[in-house]
Design a protein around this ligand. Sequence first.
Ligand code: ATP
Ligand code: MG
Length: 497
Amino acid sequence: MQAIGTIITTPNGPSVSEFSFVITNTNIKRGEFISIQTKEGLLLGNVTNIYKTNKYFESAGAVTEYNRCSDLFSAFPVKEWEYTIADAKALGVYTKDGMLIRPSFPPSPGFTVTEIDTAVLNRFLGLDQERGLHLGEVQQHTLPAKFNLTRMIQKHLAILAISGAGKSYATAVLLEELLNRKAEHGRVAVIIIDNHGEYVSLAEDYPDKVQVIKAGDVKLAVSKMNEKGFAALLPKMSPVQVRELGKVIGDVRKATNNSFSLDQIFQAITDSSMGTTTKEALTAWLGELQSMKLFASADWPNTSTMLQQGKMIIIDFREMLSLRKKQLIVNYVSRRLFDLRKQGLCPPYLEIIEEAHNFCPEGTRAEYALSRKIIETLAREGRKFYANICLISQRPVQLSTTALSQCNTQIILRVTNPYDIDHIKRSSEALSSGNVDIISSLKVGEALVVGEAVNYPVFVKIRKRKTAEKHGTSLEDYSIQYEQEKGKKLAKAEEFL
Ligand SMILES: Nc1ncnc2c1ncn2[C@@H]1O[C@H](COP(=O)(O)OP(=O)(O)OP(=O)(O)O)[C@@H](O)[C@H]1O
Ligand SMILES: [Mg+2]
């Protein structure tokens, strides 16, 4: 491998954990992996910092004097004394028999630092070149960033970044990988909660594999819910009310052979022998749900059959304004699918939630966070049942810590808000402070992948999409379109009023 530098003596090293080297190849960048042949074996390192030094500029007094005499720079060989030095962290040693061990002895000053062999790096990072999800390229190395499916999603995934950093783009790349996956490599079903209809165009690219469901058309089946399901939608119901509702549902279920509507529950409450206060309270609670016009006797799409391996369901929330309704749908669908999964009645799946802070917020009262509990349950227990979630958010600080800390793989693109950075740091043990510094300076499409999917945090340049990205209409075009359609829309609104 090509030599890139030589280890030097510094006040702190070389030590078993860190060392510095003077660079002879200036292409080297922060975050790059390097190797050194030592007596123990092949020592791997990661460049944590790069800086320049020049002995002519070490003393403030001397520099001031140079500046006073006009032409001193040309009188001394100043440029020849400029060096670039890299600090590196020692990561481990591959011994001669191929074992990865902790370095127990520092590399000596004078040892040559070389580029890392890509096969060694691949093994060290734990990538899966054969069957992995090809999300991009490992930065500074010509190594495809292919992540093992199990390692990337089975302990849940979070994609975090500021707005415009490339979360949805990276998600579309992940979806391409999941949809193009061969059956013999193991395929999961995918469902995506698409707040802005950003993924809808994938249905044109994969007409046989992607189905778009408009959120406004979704119906929730009363008959597939029990009292706990209702309690999750109405968190302020008292335990007594929940218990009474359970009895009523049980009776109606028996009487109707499992096919009933909300009206039938109302009737059964009226006819029951429970106290008037409980009756009135239950009628009011369920009335609140009925007014949302979401419930029917059967659900649509049919949650029992909608998931299929290698295929995707997009729930398009673009035209739905009510956050409460959105949360109700996410709650119902997530609960149903998890229940089915636990019984082995639906395929292993990945549920992707865009704008997850809206569905699983931190600190918000339960009645305004109707889907939080089930998402937290999925985050905690889902992996044992192959029910996996992927949370996407531009406001990690507003995302439930319980859920986020269970997302064992994180794809972090550019994040600038110090509170968000701090929140991410607290939710991920694998992040070092050096990496945290870099995430605020990442460019669009550059990501740090940390956690379960990799043995060591790695910077990845997300690859280009294979499917065409549908750009939104420009402000000019949209304004023209709006002006042309304004008359029609106003007439419709007046008619409605
Ligand atoms: N890996 C990439 N390669 C090329 N272009 C990219 C890449 N990632 C993002 N972009 C560009 O940046 C734009 C913004 O990306 P994207 O919509 O994914 O951001 P986002 O993080 O989802 O933002 P928001 O939080 O507002 O939803 C995209 O329209 C795309 O053109
Ligand atoms: Mg987005």
